[in-house]
Ligand binder design. Structure first.
Ligand code: M6R
Length: 613
């Protein structure tokens, strides 16, 4: 979703801004733009399309200046075109703004400004905000900082903004509410961005802006941050623990492929320091520090979206099986508006790779306001959700750049398993032998993932046969049902083929009507407690002429003899089978998308981090 990058310092801003925009491309966008102050004027260049199109457009333009703001836009208000792209000028071209988020009351504000004679070039809510700031600045004859502060008091919605002013090369004003913003502190220079990716190669010192804070970033001066009550807040400088190579493709054609292949290592990072070397104990400090909350929880509510929600469904199985605590898994977007009954003895687990998903963040705030204890399972360190929760566990899988979530999913399920084990041990609700066997499986995950990655060429070849199918069904039962949902989601988001995930036994209640020889079904039929039942479901498909691709446990003869194609998965405890089996499904989606010539890392219409409702 929209990306922000801004710079003020002694270097030329344009190359830094363009590089920063490239780093933000993974978030998903449809237009890009940049504003620079040179001499007295603000020069804005913007265009529909990719950052490369912007570079091409700006080639013959004056891109000088040591201060600038830049943006990638993911359209919400108004179609993706040159005019709606950011930055936006104010009425008199005295200000320029970039904005992530949505101004909900923009129509009312626009009406009021139109009554004052303001005109609008774009369809965006953002232009309304910059006009409002200019109006306040001119009518109150105040400084830019005060004008931004006063305008934001009138605004309802979510935003991260950066504003610059004609004739003022020394200042950028930025602010945030429910949309992330981070400031990098360099050597007499500042970098502003919606996440750390554009900043990381210049400095490891960052300040995360909190909600409802405005920052004055002035050349050669320390940062000044105030909250909406105009109280100065502490500038909390943090050290980044990430390096630039983590943001590059490392020899792979796509980030998605790199991230799929990284999983043996990311799982090592995920369990490091949490499971001891003899695989006999698990320690999560987020649980130890709040042991009573988990032991006394009457219920656990998991909130998440998309892939994280699928991981949550697997977590439900684990927590209910091993901890005997009832768990419900809610879409964060539905949870917010469903009048949820939340008690102070509920534990809410929020799962989010980005830690910035607007719906999940809002659901966290809602649950918190009702007194629940909130535990986060996130990837991006320092992002909004971990900062809004009482406790949590990072999945530590490193930056995930491909829009389709892969290594975050396996990290989330791994953390959920460790969480279930940690609670179960404290509650004494798990048989000790089973506890040891699950820990052993957790510890062996990296090796198993390495092994399953060897299926790559088999899957690549198989994908050629299925590239032109128009629909797919994915079936699984028990722990593998959420994986069926996840497999289908992966395929649809990057290949644009319609795919549905279903609990295998539910097929006969409807979807079986779709089965024919043009509708392939992917069945996750590994050897678990519902294996025999899944075999019956495969027979039902074969009896109707359907094509079956089966994921089977290594050495399986029965399903392999029934299926048209089978992929052998190394054996593992059934609760962790979705981690191992997710890899072939990710590769299958990847190769089909490649065969169809899709943009796998930035599929159409999708954003990596969904920071609007
Ligand atoms: O960052 P989050 O985990 O909160 O994101 C949630 C979903 O937007 C995300 O999982 C989405 O479904 C992915 N594109 C799936 O690959």
């Amino acid at each position: 979703m929209c990306g922000i990058v801004a710079y003020i310092g002694n270097r030329q801003a344009y190359p830094i801004l363009i590089k920063g925009l490239h780093r933000l491309e993974y978030r998903g966008y449809d237009s890009a733009g940049v504003a620079l102050i040179e001499e007295e004027d603000i020069n804005i260049y913007k265009t529909k399309g990719k950052v490369a199109d912007l570079e091409h457009y700006a080639e013959s333009k004056n891109t000088q200046g040591t201060i600038g703001i830049a943006h990638t836009r993911w359209a919400t208000h108004g179609e993706p075109n040159d005019v709606n792209a950011h930055p936006h000028y104010s009425e008199n071209d005295s200000l320029a703004i970039i904005h992530n988020g949505i101004i909900e009351n923009y129509a009312l504000l626009k009406q009021a400004l139109e009554a004052e004679g303001y005109t609008f070039k774009s369809d965006t809510d953002t232009e309304v905000l910059v006009q409002l700031i200019e109006y306040i600045k001119e009518t109150n004859r105040c400084q830019l900082f005060e004008a931004v502060q006063s305008a934001l008091k009138q605004v309802v919605g979510a935003y991260a903004i950066a504003v610059i002013e004609k004739g003022n090369k020394n200042e950028i004003i930025a602010a945030r509410k429910s949309s992330p913003m981070v400031i990098g502190i360099g050597d007499d220079e500042y970098f502003i961005a919606s996440d750390v990716t554009p900043i990381i190669e210049y400095t490891d010192k960052v300040v995360y802006l909190n909600d409802e804070e405005i920052v004055q970033i002035r050349r050669h001066e320390p940062l000044k941050i105030v909250n909406f009550q105009n109280e100065e807040t502490k500038v909390d400088v943090q050290k980044l623990n990430m390096n630039i190579t983590q943001l590059e493709k490392g020899g792979y054609d796509h980030f998605m492929l790199k991230e799929i292949n990284e999983q043996p290592r990311t799982i090592v990072d995920c369990i490091r320091g949490r499971i001891n070397q003899s695989a006999t104990d698990v320690k999560l400090s987020g649980v130890i520090d709040h042991k009573e909350k988990f032991l006394n929880a009457r219920r656990i509510i998991i909130i998440a979206c998309g892939t994280s929600w699928h991981a949550g469904l697997i977590g439900k199985h684990m927590i209910e099986e091993f901890c005997q605590i009832p768990v419900c898994v809610e879409y964060a977007s539905e949870f917010r508006y469903s009048h949820p009954v939340i008690n102070s003895d509920d534990v809410v687990i929020a799962i989010s790779q980005s830690g910035e998903t607007a719906d999940t963040l809002a659901a966290v705030e809602l649950a918190k306001s009702k007194g629940a204890f909130i535990y986060g399972i996130c990837n991006v360190i320092g992002s909004s959700i971990p900062r809004a929760t009482h406790s949590g566990t990072y999945i530590h899988v490193g930056p995930e750049i491909g829009v389709a979530s892969t290594k975050a999913f396996t990290g989330q399920v791994t953390v959920l398993c460790m969480l279930a084990m940690a609670i179960a041990k404290e509650k004494n609700s798990i048989d000790h032998q089973r506890y040891l066997s699950v820990l052993k499986s957790l510890y062996s995950l990296p090796n198993l993932l390495q092994e399953v990655l060897k299926l790559d060429s088999q899957i690549k070849n198989m994908s050629l046969i299925f590239t032109y199918a128009h629909n797919f069904l994915y079936l699984g039962r028990g722990y593998n049902y959420p994986l069926a949902l996840e497999g289908a989601l992966k395929l649809k988001e990057i290949s644009y083929i319609h795919a549905e995930g279903y609990p295998a036994a539910e097929m006969k209640h409807g979807p079986i009507a779709l089965i024919d020889n043009e509708m392939p079904t992917v069945v996750i039929a590994t050897n678990d407690s519902v294996y025999e039942k899944t075999i019956s479901n495969i027979q039902e498909i074969k009896a109707r002429g359907g094509k079956v691709i089966a994921l089977v446990t290594k050495g399986d003869q029965i399903v392999s003899s029934m299926a048209d194609y089978s992929l052998e998965i190394p054996p593992v405890d059934e609760c962790l089978a979705p981690v191992v089996s997710s890899i072939p499904l990710q590769l299958f989606a990847y190769y089909i998308a490649i065969n169809k010539g899709r943009d796998v890392d930035q599929p159409r219409n999708l954003a990596k981090s969904v920071t609007v409702e």
